[in-house]
Design a protein around this ligand. Structure first.
Ligand SMILES: CC(C)(COP(=O)(O)OP(=O)(O)OC[C@H]1O[C@@H](n2cnc3c(N)ncnc32)[C@H](O)[C@@H]1OP(=O)(O)O)[C@@H](O)C(=O)NCCC(=O)NCCS
Length: 203
């Protein structure tokens, strides 16, 4: 089972190149320290709507530096999609290996007992990469990472806003099931969804 420190020491262990449906290539790889400026470019270019659907602490170089500084220091694994040949970061895919007590309580209400072998996942694509099937084409790499980290199920990091139909459809078509709904701190309704990686393998 891969540890986050091993990924940080050898990012190539989780690096793959993917040819998208339109024939262009992207590289899927862990975020590395040298990415700060490019990550800031990705964050700052996100539209107001993308920022509403997928919220970060900030959208500038300071935030990008914080995310790079967090590599292998906490429970997070961040992967990026890098456009070839420009090197532009066009996606940020986040895993959290720790569960929040609020998540555990909400899922318990839905009859689901979360465990240490579960992880949380949140994807964000650059505006011009959304709605082109890219998230789905990358998804087998996402589940592969989760499995290599020893995870059996994936839940959504912070849920998905109930008024984000594209993301809900995206999760559903990639095997997630609805687990419940809740009102977030901002007063907006979100949905909890869960994917069982073992049942995917059997499918
Ligand atoms: C969510 C996200 C990662 C999905 O990746 P993607 O590449 O855009 O998704 P895909 O194109 O693979 O799949 C989207 C599906 O939703 C469908 N869809 C698009 N708009 C839709 C809408 N308004 N209502 C219902 N379905 C919609 C698409 O047709 C597609 O389904 P299909 O293949 O059955 O036709 C990406 O859109 C994104 O980064 N969005 C902004 C940030 C965000 O919302 N992140 C998730 C936070 S929880």
């Amino acid at each position: 089972m891969l540890a986050l420190t091993e990924v940080a020491d050898d990012p190539l262990a989780l690096t793959s190149r993917l040819t998208l449906n339109d024939g262009s290539d992207v590289v899927f790889r862990p975020l590395v320290h040298a990415d700060a400026e490019r990550l800031a470019g990705f964050l700052s270019a996100l539209s107001v709507e993308s920022r509403r659907l997928s919220t970060f602490d900030g959208y500038d170089l300071a935030t990008a530096l914080e995310l790079c500084d967090a590599i292998a220091r906490y429970d997070k694994l961040r992967l990026v999609l890098e456009e070839v040949p420009s090197g532009r970061i066009v996606g940020l895919l986040e895993f959290s290996l720790d569960l929040h007590t609020e998540d555990i309580a909400r899922y318990r209400e839905a009859g689901i007992r979360l465990a240490a072998t579960d992880c949380r996942f949140g994807p964000t694509l650059a505006n011009d990469y959304q709605g082109r099937g890219v998230g789905t084409q990358v998804f087998p790499l996402v589940t592969d990472v989760a499995r290599r980290l020893g995870r059996k199920r994936i839940i959504l990091l912070g849920g998905v806003l109930a008024d984000n139909p594209r993301a809900i459809r995206y999760y559903q078509k990639n095997g997630f099931q609805l687990a419940g709904s809740f009102i977030g701190a901002d007063g907006v309704r979100s949905l909890d969804m869960i994917l069982d990686l073992d049942s995917m393998q059997e499918a």
